[in-house]
Design a protein around this ligand. Sequence first.
Ligand code: NAP
Length: 489
Amino acid sequence: MSDRESELLASVPDRLFIGGTWRPAEGGRTLAVRDPATGAVLREIADASPADGTAALDAAVDAFPAWAATPARERGEILRRAFDLVQARKEDIALLMTLEMGKPLAEARGEVVYGGEFLRWFSEEAPRVGGRYGANPEGTGRMIVSQHPVGPCYLITPWNFPLAMATRKIAPALAAGCTVVVKPAELTPLTTLLFVQLLEEAGLPAGVVNVLTTSASGEVSEPIIRDPRLRKLSFTGSTPVGRRLLEQAAGGVLRTSMELGGNAPFLVFDDADLDKAVDGAMAAKFRNIGQACTAANRFLVHRSVADEFARRVTERVKAFRIGRGTEEGVTIGPLIDQRAVDKASTLVGDALAKGATLETGGSAIEGAGTFYEPTVLSGVAEGSDILREEIFGPVLAIVPFDDEDDAVRLANDTEYGLVSYVYTESLARGQRMIERLETGMMGLNIGVVSNAAAPFGGWKQSGLGREGGAEGIHEYLQTKYTLTQNPFG
Ligand code: NAP
């Protein structure tokens, strides 16, 4: 580990942040955060208990009335200062993400830009929460529609985008006037801790944001979710965990936002610009080492161009450089843990057994760290597990199709509906795909759709609600309608 890495790691808070105070976990318990590229321990940090969870919720509940009453402009200005601080610390945040999550440094820098943008966007949205005033149709009264913060929120984030998944929830919640308890994933909590230190520096009052790091996410979360003082649960993670949390939230009829798993189809039609499609495929598949909810999971390619597409993507994949994300020129880092490597191996094994052709890759890499070779499979048969399950790894699976109806049938044949990618030079066909594909987002001749100004979210079992855009703040607001008399009698 370099001196710079050691210094940075030593500067990251190692405690829980509750009620404006950095404090150890109950009983002084700690957990180890590791570098997936080497297996080395990066830092020991506080490991929260259920009692710590209750203390964090207490703090969020206590801080709520004053924060809700803080003028929206003031809340926005704190977010804007946080945005500036994130820009100023871009290199540190990026390095920290690479160390704990494994993504190449260039991608981590990209996430700082993307994740930081939610702070700027919602700093601007805070004072723009509107309302309505109008006459009722009978003319006897006046109808006022106003928006109010929902209250204390519990925010659960995954490990794959440690900064962006946190800012995408925290920024709109704070802009709306809500207080929060944030629980990052056990595998990548350091980025959240550093980010919350920046929020503190930006002038955020005590108790508005509280952070729980824990190795016992289920035990710590359930009492918080079942606590009647909690008013909102926002979760990003896998669909199975999301389902379980929805059941817990049902008891209190809790407001929920769920950003869940995906199984994105990537359609390449015979009229596609193949150069564009190959560039898009690289971004949609290999960004974040394939560990994105938006990662293209199934490449559905018209039979007439399938061989050429396979040849070109294989050529590009063979040129990747695999290694620790901090090393210059590395384009593919490690997977997050051994479970992820085993999953990729199993899915590739199943696809090959069912008749797929291995174009390149196909194996775990021996040695320190949890690496899997970037892989291309062609001729993947319907019924292969890899077409049903989220791969969450650097494996590109190609399925040929014969016509547009066939492509749409294959694309929609999944319980998920987060995002789809379509490559065609035909405007009419592109428009038909907007109508026919069952996904909450679509990239038309483009391989990355994420943007703070856009409503991110899925259809079907990919989730509930939207993050970002004009919609994002409304996840943290509740509507009140008031009827008053016509002032003229
Ligand atoms: P995960 O296992 O569902 O975990 C997500 C978060 O939930 C983590 O903080 C995890 O903490 C926590 N968690 C796990 N079990 C819990 C429980 N019983 N109660 C409360 N919290 C619990 O998902 P992941 O492996 O971290 O992330 C990958 C998944 O997230 C993929 O399915 C991906 O598609 C999805 N994702 C979706 C979006 C989106 O916007 N739609 C974005 C990114 C990722 P611990 O890990 O510490 O247990």
